[in-house]
Design a protein around this ligand. Structure first.
Ligand SMILES: C[S@@+](CC[C@H](N)C(=O)[O-])C[C@H]1O[C@@H](n2cnc3c(N)ncnc32)[C@H](O)[C@@H]1O
Length: 500
């Protein structure tokens, strides 16, 4: 189970390597192949940063809130080797569709058992063998390879063995990949998750453009642009971000695991998916009992609400996620006399003049404190700059409790100032959110905007709550330090009078 606990941890968006880092590509020539083509509707582009000229609606999958293709999926899975299950796909309150217990399930019971033949991995057989060979010859890494595979198989429709699975996937996965740039800017202005979302969209676009430039354009008969374009890639990456599982017991291999990926996340369970070497299938062991009719949950890992929004498109209820955290940004002051020296020390440890650190409701990391010490330290402490920068870096293995009592008050005040400036951004957004969105014209657009805004309000409320807690602790510590200093001062004054 220890290995299992790592499964969904890093699953739903572990870092994927963009193609830039791979070996130079070599090309082979193959005869043309006939594609199953299907008309694709043109619509408005959803991203400003998209360079691709073709923008289309993805025709695959179904609405996530419908059970449209769920029974066909269950039937196909049982015919293809999924043993009888104690759960069924049903409409649920949390997560729209999910797996619900049909019978009593005991704590510690092994659920699921999905055989490897039902998992999609980088080694899965392609309906279009040549397309798969071209990608492998070009050493395309697993993430973009599986993303391309999914599009290729989706395009084969009923002729693909995954057709029932693909038809039951969401047509538009919930994730920040589907937020327009102006929506990210407007709704997530206060949260550092905005930066992460922009970075992710840029990575996906960069990866697609790289594939297009190096491979797709050389083999248009295998990868026609009406099928392999930025919209279909956004769909397939959205599916991977929200469903791909890393299997530690299979040497960290990533896989799409049909059926298991119908399980929704709960912050209250610690059950994870993994490959079980003895039974040779993907399993999960329950950590609590379930009664018939109850939804069964797993954990997608110890992720903050922002990370859950980024990859899965939902925010847990305020205060229910013990792994929640908020990124606080600290920066060196450009007016600091030692700005250059401090920056140099930070760069040695791959840090910059502006750095984010995660704060949890239980406190903040030692690295943040070390960065604050460095930011406020006077020129007379220049010999300690490097030691502080090392401690601010999480690459530093020899961790020790850094203490500089002479600048502790300034460091705490510095963190408090950063916290309060961040809180005021959240306040501004949360106050303004009530009057936003009056500019939408169609009911459909209104629903979407209201939904996104509600997610942003939920995220910002939970992040601000952590900052409020940090603000309270910082103020209390500063008050203690200052009242201690006052006591020492009045004691000194008293002694002076005594000796007069
Ligand atoms: C691995 S899939 C789970 C199955 C999914 N509900 C479906 O119908 O396809 C992950 C997606 O389920 C939804 N989800 C999972 N856990 C959730 C939760 N606790 N609250 C809201 N939505 C959740 C999100 O849309 C997420 O992107």
């Amino acid at each position: 189970m220890a290995e299992a606990t790592r499964l969904f941890h890093t699953t739903l968006i572990p870092s994927f390597n963009p193609l830039h880092k791979t070996k130079p590509y070599t090309y082979s020539h193959s005869p043309p192949i006939i594609f199953h083509k299907r008309p694709i509707n043109c619509s408005v582009s959803t991203s400003d940063t998209t360079k691709a000229t073709v923008t289309q609606k993805v025709p695959w999958g179904c609405d996530i809130d419908s059970l449209e293709n769920a029974s066909a999926l269950q039937k196909w899975l049982s015919e293809s080797g999924l043993p009888p299950q104690k759960m069924a796909i049903q409409r649920v309150e949390v997560g729209e569709r999910g797996l619900v217990a049909l019978k009593n399930i005991r704590k510690g019971e092994n659920l699921l058992f999905v055989p490897p033949s039902l998992c999609i991995t980088a080694d899965s057989e392609w309906s279009c063998t040549e397309a798969g060979e071209v990608l492998k010859q070009n050493s395309v890494p697993d993430w973009p390879l599986i993303a391309t595979y999914l599009i290729s198989e989706a395009n084969f429709m009923e002729s693909s063995r995954w057709s029932n699975y693909i038809s039951a996937l969401p047509r538009q996965p919930y994730s920040l990949l589907y937020w327009r740039r102006e929506e990210l800017d407007r709704y997530l202005e206060a949260s550092q998750i905005r930066e992460r979302a922009i970075e992710r969209v840029t990575n996906v676009i960069g990866t697609y453009n790289d594939l297009r430039l190096r491979i797709f354009s050389k083999y248009p008969h295998l990868f026609p642009e009406e099928v392999f374009n930025i919209e279909t890639f956004k769909w397939s990456f959205g599916i991977l971000f929200s469903r791909l599982v890393r299997l530690p017991s299979m040497d960290g291999r990533v896989a799409l695991v049909p059926w298991a990926d119908m399980l929704n996340h709960s912050c209250e369970v610690e059950t994870f998916l993994d490959y079980d070497k003895s039974s040779k299938g993907v399993v999960c062991t329950t950590d609590r009992p379930y009664q018939p009719g109850e939804q069964v949950f797993i954990s997608y890992g110890k992720k903050s609400n922002g990370e859950l929004l980024l990859s899965y498109g939902f925010v847990p209820k305020e205060g229910t996620n013990p792994s929640d955290s908020v990124e606080l940004s600290l920066s060196l002051k450009k007016s600091d006399k030692c700005y250059k020296e401090k920056l140099e020390a930070l760069r040695k440890y791959e840090l910059s003049g502006s750095q984010c650190f995660p704060i949890q409701i239980t406190g903040w990391p030692m690295e943040l404190m070390a960065y604050a010490f460095l930011a406020v330290s006077p020129p007379s402490m220049s010999r300690q700059f490097e030691e502080m920068a090392a401690a601010a870096s999480n690459k530093n293995t020899a961790k020790k409790d850094l203490r500089y009592p002479e600048i502790e008050e300034q460091a705490l005040q510095f963190i408090l100032d950063c916290c309060e400036s961040s809180i005021s951004k959240y306040n501004r957004f949360l106050q303004a959110s009530g009057s936003m969105d009056l500019d939408v014209t169609s009911p459909k657009q209104l629903n979407r905007r209201l939904f996104l805004k509600q997610l942003a309000v939920d995220l910002c409320t939970s992040e601000r709550r952590i900052l409020f807690r940090a603000q309270y602790i910082l103020r209390r510590r500063l008050r203690d330090i200052r009242s201690g200093e006052l006591r020492a001062l009045s004691l000194f004054d008293g002694l002076r009078k005594l000796f007069k």
